[in-house]
Design a protein around this ligand. Structure first.
Ligand code: ADP
Ligand code: MG
Length: 288
């Protein structure tokens, strides 16, 4: 299932004094099974773009096709599209509202009119995928949970819709390192095990470097770069000019080159730079 974006433009408060052009002439195709990291400075249009992927926002001009269906076409079943493309907002736990964990996760499937047995199966499966213990937690109030657990309940609610494409807007924002690691782990597993297409907006270049197979860089409402992480992250100067960082490994590689060490171009993963440093230290020379 692919998503095709053609000549997408989006303007907030069109015609008024606060008119803001958020997206300009975006053309993108998201293929089945991809893992895309979407990066860009604050205000570059990432959130606006991802809200178009399931029809939450409609283009000011241009077209979005999901699985061959034009979202602007009145005949297109928007609910069916929302089922195929799940969107996890920024700070999604702010939208939890049911009395129990189970009811919150079951909300979407219930609205689909599924029978109780299927709803139960989906709730259990979604909780397993986000590593929440069903027996311990299903009757608890979401407001008794930790921040990281609340975030996972919110993600489980989207997963219970069994979307083919999962879009996450800064899924780790505001979490401590452990919470972030848990979220990254579950996204990775979802991609690897269930084959879910992932579009992840992130501020962490290291998270994007370690997980994404394709990186899209937004700048002032346009797509500034689109390619494999190795190519995108080798353009450090341009990224910095757009107010972005590079992964730690890229920075370390640059520093070592400055010191005269022969580090190959394109190194961007922690494991790669570790390997290069081990080579410099000599095999067995770093026995600590
Ligand atoms: P990002 O997610 O990359 O930070 P956004 O998509 O939130 O970027 O914002 C893109 C542009 O649209 C920014 O100039 C922002 O101020 C503006 N914008 C975002 N949301 C709204 C809104 N609800 N109303 C008006 N302007 C908005
Ligand atoms: Mg945003």
């Amino acid at each position: 299932m692919s998503i095709v974006i053609e000549e997408l433009n989006y303007t907030y408060m069109s015609g008024g004094p606060y008119e803001t052009k958020a997206l300009a002439d975006i053309n993108l195709t998201i293929e089945d099974g991809e893992f895309i990291g979407l990066i860009g400075h604050t205000g570059s249009g990432k959130s606006t773009l991802v809200q178009h992927l399931n029809g939450l926002l409609m283009p000011t001009s241009g077209r979005i096709m999901v699985d061959g269906l034009d979202l602007a076409d009145k005949k297109t079943d928007r609910r069916a599209v929302r089922q195929k493309v799940g969107l996890v907002f920024q700070y999604p736990e702010n939208q939890l509202f049911e009395e129990t964990v189970e009811k919150d996760i079951a909300f979407g499937p219930k609205n689909l009119g599924l029978d109780q047995e299927e709803i139960d199966r989906r709730v259990r499966d979604a909780m397993r995928r986000v590593a929440l213990d069903y027996d311990k937690l299903h009757e608890r109030s979401v407001f008794e949970l930790s921040g990281g657990q609340m975030r996972r309940v919110a993600i489980a609610g989207v997963l219970a819709m069994e979307p083919k494409v999962l879009v996450l807007d800064e899924p780790c924002a505001g979490l401590d390192p452990r919470g972030r690691e848990e979220i990254m782990g579950l996204i990775k597993a979802l991609h690897r095990e269930a084959g879910t297409t992932i579009v992840m907006v992130s501020h962490s270049m290291d998270d994007v470097a370690s997980l994404a197979e394709r990186v899209i860089v937004m700048n002032h409402g346009t797509v500034a770069m689109d390619g494999v992480p190795r190519d995108v992250f080798s353009r450090g100067e341009e990224l910095r000019a757009m107010g972005l960082d590079v992964p730690q490994a890229v920075e370390l590689a640059a520093k070592l080159r400055e010191k005269g060490f022969d580090i190959p171009q394109g190194v961007y993963l922690i494991e790669e730079i570790k390997h290069e440093i081990e080579k410099i230290l000599g095999k067995g020379g770093a026995a600590c």
